[in-house]
Design a protein around this ligand. Structure first.
Ligand code: PLP
Length: 351
């Protein structure tokens, strides 16, 4: 028997990457940080436990204040969500009445939110080399959402092109999802005062050791932020729990630790890309904490399973244009060494 509203009958939910025990497996499948949070962040979680009997601060002052400082914007230009996935859900709910457009190869959740909120989605194919041509979005109506750097390709689109698009289309909302911007790309947050139709989305999951704590944000014009808060305070004003607020405030006070870990990821990305290319892989120019790679002698699916048999988890997207590739999160130096040993062994067997 089903009581489900019929409008959800055909909904196909998102499939998250598997969460496996990382003491037993090498987990390179969900683009988390391989590093523990800074000691001060762990201490903040313990300290916050004392007040779990009280409701959390719905204004999230302890996070919004330092985050506004970080981005050099006003506090009323920031919206916080329970992960950027929740921020995205609010964006689709709030701003896609006239439709939404995004690339064929990008973050899989956009199509799912379009289905969930029953908003018409226009899918624009990436160029052959996986680059984005924004002029292809000019003749449409409604919002545009671009992941930059894109996922799972890692390819970065110059911010000047996004700024030019927002200026050419002042009546349309441009959403830029910057989940991976901290790994060497340039952020659009510097343009929010100049562009009232720009919303920049980000997350503490990829570069700040907080995937499990769930915190994402939107930065933009204060009127857009007020609209998002209107929806949030009509559904769940307590979406950022007190433990998350405490660890987020702590992580923002540990910029040196965060920057060191980011640099390690960038260095490991550079080394792993070169090592994979030496083995004959074709690897995109990724600005994310992951690589997107394919090999002429082995299919993405076979390599996925061969790595899994060696207790290494990576991500495979079974779509026509991406099925030859694997997305490999960048881990610690030791994890990357183990990955390379496994790839060498596997390729030897298929040669
Ligand atoms: C990981 C990711 C998200 C979601 O991040 P959370 O903050 O953990 O919900 C959103 N967009 C992109 C492109 C991502 O890769």
């Amino acid at each position: 028997m089903s009581f489900l509203n019929r409008k959800y009958a055909d909904l196909v939910p998102y499939t998250p990457g598997e969460q496996v025990d990382d003491t037993e497996f090498i987990k390179l499948n969900t683009n988390e940080s391989p590093f523990e949070p800074a000691p001060a962040v762990k201490q903040a979680a313990v300290a916050a436990a004392v007040n779990l009997n009280r409701y959390c601060d719905t204004s999230c002052q302890s996070v919004i204040k330092p985050l506004a400082k970080h981005f050099q914007v006003k506090e009323n230009q920031i919206f916080l969500g329970n992960g950027s996935d929740e921020v995205l859900a609010y964006l689709f709910q709030a701003f896609t009445e006239d439709g939404v457009a995004f690339p064929d190869i990008t973050y899989g959740f956009y199509q799912i939110y379009a289905n969930y909120y029953q908003t018409p989605a226009t899918i624009i194919p990436l160029n052959e080399d996986f680059s984005i041509d924004l002029t292809a979005y000019d003749d449409l109506t409604g919002a545009v959402i671009i992941t930059n750097p894109n996922a799972p390709t890692g390819i970065f689109l110059a911010t000047a092109e996004l700024v030019a698009f927002a200026k050419r289309n002042p009546e349309r909302l441009l959403i830029v999802d910057e989940a991976y911007v901290d790994f060497g790309a340039e952020s659009m947050t510097q343009f929010v005062d100049q562009l009232p139709n720009l919303l920049v989305i980000g997350t503490f999951s990829k570069s700040r050791q907080m995937a499990g704590a769930r915190l994402g944000y939107a930065v933009g014009n204060s009127e857009l932020i007020a609209d998002l808060n209107k929806l949030k305070f009509s559904t769940n004003p307590y979406n950022i729990n007190s433990m998350t607020q405490a660890v987020a405030a702590a992580v923002l006070s540990e910029p040196v630790y965060v920057a060191e870990k980011i640099q390690t990821i960038i260095d490991n990305r550079t080394e792993t890309k070169a090592a994979l290319e030496k083995l004959g892989f074709e690897v995109t120019d990724s600005y994310g904490n992951f690589l997107f790679a394919k090999h002429p002698n082995i299919s993405g699916e076979v390599l996925l399973n061969q790595l899994k048999a060696r207790k290494i988890f990576v991500r495979w997207f079974n779509q026509p244009r991406t099925k030859d590739y694997l997305r490999i999160s960048i881990g610690t130096t030791e994890q990357m060494a183990a990955l390379m040993t496994a790839c060498k062994d596997i390729l030897k067997e298929v040669a």
